[in-house]
Ligand binder design. Sequence first.
Ligand SMILES: NC(=O)c1ccc[n+]([C@@H]2O[C@H](COP(=O)([O-])OP(=O)(O)OC[C@H]3O[C@@H](n4cnc5c(N)ncnc54)[C@H](OP(=O)(O)O)[C@@H]3O)[C@@H](O)[C@H]2O)c1
Length: 263
Amino acid sequence: MHLDDAPLAEMTAERFAAVLAAKTRGGDVLHAITRDRSLDFFVVYSSLAALVGNLHQAPYAAANLHLESLVRARRASGLPGLALAWGGIGETGYVVRSGLTASIAHSGLGLVPPDTACDALGRFLSRKAVSAAVGYVDWDRMGRILPALKAPRFAGRPGSAQADSRDATEDFRERFARTDGEQERKALIGDTLTALTAAVLQMPPDRVDRGAHLADLGLDSLMGVELKAGLHRVFGCDLPVMELMAAGSVAGLTDRLHRALKG
Ligand SMILES: NC(=O)c1ccc[n+]([C@@H]2O[C@H](COP(=O)([O-])OP(=O)(O)OC[C@H]3O[C@@H](n4cnc5c(N)ncnc54)[C@H](OP(=O)(O)O)[C@@H]3O)[C@@H](O)[C@H]2O)c1
């Protein structure tokens, strides 16, 4: 890598190109000269900066995204490839050598020890992953510095309302089996369904009006298909989308699920 941090407005074309070159030309050359060889691995190191963006590092983020797309193109044509986007690496490497540990921590990044990083590398290689990000991230802290993290495309990140809703639905069957009493079971179905609906609508569960019609909550037909898949995954119930919409509200659907699960 080659770093030259500056606000984008102060970047010159030459400085931008120099940051791009180490990764884009380096990656492209390695790809070109090994394309016809039988490789076991082709691993590139990207950065979390490519995933979330980083002030003053636009060309570095772009260079890493180039590497990630090179890997996707390789995999699409049957060649090996893995792109790992690291957060911060501890004990060795650029961040530690440059004394950036404190400022990295301030931005919400913890440092990953090299042996943990190597374990992750081995794990993603054996899973034949295409790309992955590895790091310790305090998303709330990072969100204060990078407002872009509030964009809908990050709604599924760990700790987000959507991810919390997803977690709340995962252990439904176990909790249902442990719950006695019709009212208690119905309440559990209602809470789980609300969390599931909130995850589909990308809103906090406490903002889902259980009495409102699903369409009025913003559930369109595509989201209906997503909710239907969620009902199958969490409750083991197969409801046609039409019936799902006909149930009207979360409360109506709760009654419908309660009847189905009684059996
Ligand atoms: N360290 C981190 O926390 C961190 C976080 C996110 C991503 N990454 C990524 O992980 C990779 C390694 O990071 P690191 O911290 O280990 O870096 P590093 O210790 O600074 O090592 C960088 C390596 O790149 C080589 N290099 C630099 N400029 C080059 C150029 N123009 N052409 C060819 N080789 C060049 C250096 O060669 P010489 O030794 O000969 O100079 C060195 O071997 C980088 O791609 C970086 O983007 C690291």
